[in-house]
Design a protein around this ligand. Structure first.
Ligand code: A3P
Length: 283
């Protein structure tokens, strides 16, 4: 796989292409009834896709169990996903890992709704370390020490976690962006789904709400081949090496970082997040 940078952010061929990124950045038109699922990689993007899909179908699991996640909620940052998005009958559900500066400019003049999910960057890093290593053509990150250096310096796909979160946070006063964390989903999925529904202007009765919560659980998703990444071809992803539905918990970083690594991470976190007036569940 050949790495390249688009406006300073790292991507890799053939999954990503400059042409698609440039089109999405400058020309892709968001519609007022679009719902876009945005997250830094390994922050619960697939989980949110499942939640949004289930909300759309009022908790009925047949859609999420019969249609692959990349057709239900296509990735606009990938050439194949963009093609699906362009043919998607509205109202569309879309997904992306793009940092705000590469997100469609048309967003600034639209009422499209964005759900932005954040996760403790330590857990996102550990999740990424296990996941990206299974892509056949991505470079081998070797040890956690090496991967952590790249993660903290933003030399990973979609760039720096810090810049991603800070970039999107700058938009926090816009009424059409909803911020939520992986940790909140975990602590209270039912309450989180209710808040998401309120933001989307969608009403579910209590039975439908329960059905969303049940079908978006880790175990249901792990068994749902339309959502668990198992349909990804073997020549792209070594399924014996990595799993999308790996552990699904918060705080797994404690099992993978040494005390020295964790202190190093904390220092970088403090430095990069200085001046950010927000308290996160992991602070
Ligand atoms: P872990 O590797 O820590 O297990 P993304 O979709 O952005 O790539 O994020 C993947 C992470 O979200 C993985 O974390 C995965 O297990 C977790 N995840 C996916 N679906 C989940 C669910 N229903 N409940 C809890 N965690 C989930």
């Amino acid at each position: 796989m050949a790495y390249f940078k688009y406006k300073g952010i790292l991507f890799a061929h053939p999954i990503y292409s400059e042409e698609t990124l440039s089109y999405v950045d400058n020309e892709f038109q968001l519609f007022d009834d679009d719902i876009v699922n945005v997250a830094y990689p390994k922050s619960g993007t697939h989980w949110m896709s499942e939640v949004l899909g289930l909300i759309r179908s009022h908790g009925d699991p047949s859609w999420v169990q019969n249609v692959p996640i990349w057709e239900r909620t296509p990735w606009i940052d990938i050439p194949e996903g963009l093609k699906i998005a362009l043919k998607y009958p509205p109202p569309r559900l879309l997904s992306t890992h793009l940092p705000f500066q590469l997100f469609p400019k048309s967003f600034l003049h639209s009422k499209a709704k964005v759900v932005y999910t954040m996760r403790n960057p330590r857990d996102a890093m550990v999740s990424g370390y296990h996941f990206f290593g299974a892509f056949k053509d991505l470079k081998d990150y070797g040890t956690m020490d090496v991967f952590m250096e790249w993660f903290l310096s933003g030399e990973v796909l979609f760039g720096s976690w810090f810049d991603h979160v800070k970039g999107w946070m700058e938009m926090k006063d816009r009424a059409n962006i909803f911020f939520i964390t992986y940790e909140e989903l975990q602590q209270d999925l039912r309450g989180s789904v209710q808040r998401i529904c309120r933001f989307l202007g969608k009403e579910l009765n209590s039975q439908q709400l329960e059905a969303v919560v049940e079908n978006a659980s880790f175990h249901k998703m792990k068994d749902n081949k339309m959502s668990n990444f198992s349909l990804t071809p073997d020549d792209l992803f070594d399924h014996t090496k990595g799993k999308l539905m790996r552990k699904g918990i918060s705080g797994d970083w404690k099992n993978h970082l040494t005390v020295a690594q964790s202190e190093h991470f904390d220092r970088a976190y403090r430095e990069n997040m200085r001046g950010v007036n927000m308290t996160f569940p992991w602070d």
